[in-house]
Design a protein around this ligand. Structure first.
Ligand code: B12
Ligand code: SF4
Length: 490
């Protein structure tokens, strides 16, 4: 069969699709990947014959993908499959008559099963992991057990992203584990655990040999200048990390890398190993400077002293780090967010990512929002439909007084600037009450640029970075203006 994969392409390659693609190719099927854009998909479908169009989407891509899907279905006779984070939490989407099948959870075995059976013209209604529409009737199947031995999977298909992606192979992603044992309220991992509770869901870790073999393959075949570990938490198993770093050095992999660490699992020994192996930057989730918000609302289970200890270790070993922060819980006063700002100023990260809370469906945070504001369950779908959550916060902070709303939005835009120039801290209350939102937003975009440019900046290629950052910022601003103009409020 011939499968056309579709997702929003960026410099971060879609590892999930790459795994699915190698599984299909290994079994004799043909695959291609295009950006989630109607014209691209249409051109690909005119250029070559495809039996299946397979969308991989997160929640933010849902409505846009559906709009495109409706056009495609009108014009071409193709079978449409959805998979990824959003279909996993909202498989009800298959009620839309343009979607033929929705995959819940892990996709390698399930997709291959469906594709083989479609190819052979066999019955598909009982395929595990899939909700299907067959001749107007719906079939809902449960999930199959998770793949126990991740080493048994073929390496992700990197050829797939070689030509059709903005990535151009110099940033290569790799994942060493699947799953997480923690229960943060804004994350999907607790839901995945619930979804797979009948299948002894546990963290699955690849062997060091297998990961090293993949890294050697990358080194030999692609000119990677940076490896991105996609593991949500790279140091869930600290002994594995030390042994892995040791091998990374011995096998002379020699490619700088970036990973995300859990603060409470950071140790001097691990950070030393990471640094020696070539780790350039680590991401840590502080989320909030207030322990109540961090641990009671976000369920992070990390204390201020653990943060302090971990950062001291990174400073001692001179390993750069960035922080992930969430500000603006709509029912709390802005003073809580000042604490997050102060914590960042105190520890001086290389940069601070800052986001408004995003209550994705089926996360605990989502239910907190629904309960707090007596919202119906379709509240999130409406947010998505109207792009209201991610483009701006008009809806999220709807119930707030105009003045309060302005303060939190301004604080968000000024956050990275204040961290860079802490002298501004004393005038923050004044700065955030001035109605200069658009100007602050512009500053925010210019200062933060794209994450990639911050990553590149650790390579100290300053002039090139500056030019790329300016181009990227202008593109992003234009895109967002375009997206914002499509918003309809309800
Ligand atoms: C790395 C990562 C990123 C990277 C790269 C993403 C990419 N291009 O793949 C970057 C930094 C770009 C990113 C961005 C975002 N991310 Co992200 N990301 C992740 C992370 C940590 C790992 C993804 C991964 O590669 N996993 C490994 C692969 C093997 O698994 P997988 O991608 O899930 O794919 C499997 C299945 O889902 C399924 N599958 C996937 N697609 C398809 C398609 C078909 C047809 C089928 C049958 C099956 C199938 O089969 C695959 C193989 O088993 C996940 C958390 C996690 N642990 O999964 C969050 C996660 C996916 N991200 C999330 C979010 C929220 C975002 C952002 C919205 C953040 C933001 N505010 O900007 C953006 C959205 C970007 C976009 N345009 O969609 C959420 C999604 C929640 C939701 N309901 O949508 C997650 C789950 C984290 C969380 N909060 O819990 N992300
Ligand atoms: S945010 Fe990180 S630590 Fe928390 S549950 Fe998700 S993956 Fe695990």
């Amino acid at each position: 069969m011939r499968v056309l994969f579709v997702t929003e392409l960026s410099i971060y390659p879609p590892l999930g699709i790459m795994y699915l693609s190698s599984m299909l190719k290994r079994n004799g099927h043909y695959t291609r990947l295009v950006n989630m854009d109607y014209i691209n998909i249409k051109n690909a479908l005119y250029e070559q014959h495809f039996d299946i169009v397979a969308f991989s989407i997160s929640s933010v891509l849902y409505w846009e993908s559906l709009r495109i899907c409706q056009k495609i279905k009108r014009e071409f006779d193709v079978y449409i499959i959805y998979g990824g984070a959003h279909p996993t939490v909202s498989p009800e989407m298959f009620a839309y008559d343009v979607i033929d099948a929705v995959c819940i959870g892990e996709g390698e075995e399930a997709l291959l099963d469906l594709v083989q059976k479609l190819d052979e013209g066999r019955e598909i209604k009982n395929i595990l992991n899939f909700w299907l529409r067959i001749n107007g009737r719906f079939y809902k199947n449960s999930v199959r057990p998770l793949i126990k031995d991740l080493d048994s999977l073929p390496f992700p298909d990197r050829e797939l992203i070689k030509n059709d992606s903005p990535n151009s192979s110099d940033i290569q992603p790799i994942i060493t584990s699947r799953g997480c044992s923690y229960g943060c309220s804004f994350c999907l991992q607790p839901f995945y655990r619930q979804l797979y509770k009948d299948h002894n869901c546990r963290i699955r870790q690849r062997s060091i040999d297998n990961v090293i073999a993949e890294l050697k393959y990358i080194k030999e075949n692609f000119q990677a200048r940076l490896i991105l570990f996609y593991d949500s938490t790279f140091n869930l198993n600290p002994q594995w990390v030390s042994r892995f770093c040791d091998r990374y050095i011995k096998e002379k992999i020699n490619i700088p890398f970036v990973c995300q660490l859990r603060i409470d699992a950071i140790s001097l020994e691990n950070i030393r190993y990471l640094k020696d192996a070539g780790c350039r930057l680590v991401g840590i989730g502080i989320e909030s400077g207030n322990e109540y918000v961090r641990n009671v609302i976000f369920k992070k289970r990390i204390s201020n002293s653990q943060i302090g200890r971990a950062i001291e270790i990174m400073k001692k070993i001179k390993l750069d780090f960035y922080t992930n922060n969430i500000i603006g819980l709509p029912w709390l006063p802005v003073e809580y967010d000042y604490q997050t700002l102060r914590l960042n100023i105190r520890y001086k990260p290389s940069f601070a990512n800052v986001n408004f809370p995003q209550p994705y469906p089926k996360t605990e945070l989502f239910y907190i929002f629904v309960k707090k504001y007596n919202l119906e369950n379709n509240f999130f779908m409406n947010l998505l439909k109207n792009n209201a959550l991610f483009v701006n916060t008009r809806y999220l902070f709807n119930h707030k007084k105009k003045k309060e709303k302005r303060k939190i939005e301004n604080l968000h835009h000024l956050f990275p600037i204040i961290i860079r120039f802490p002298v501004l801290l004393s005038v923050v209350p004044l700065l955030i009450s001035i109605p200069l939102g658009k100007f602050y937003l512009l500053l925010f975009k210019l200062i933060t640029g794209d994450f990639e440019y911050r990553l590149v900046s650790i390579e100290k290629r300053r002039v090139r970075i500056l030019i790329r950052r300016l181009v990227a910022s202008s593109k992003r601003i234009l895109n967002e203006i375009q997206r914002a103009s499509k918003i309809h409020y309800f």
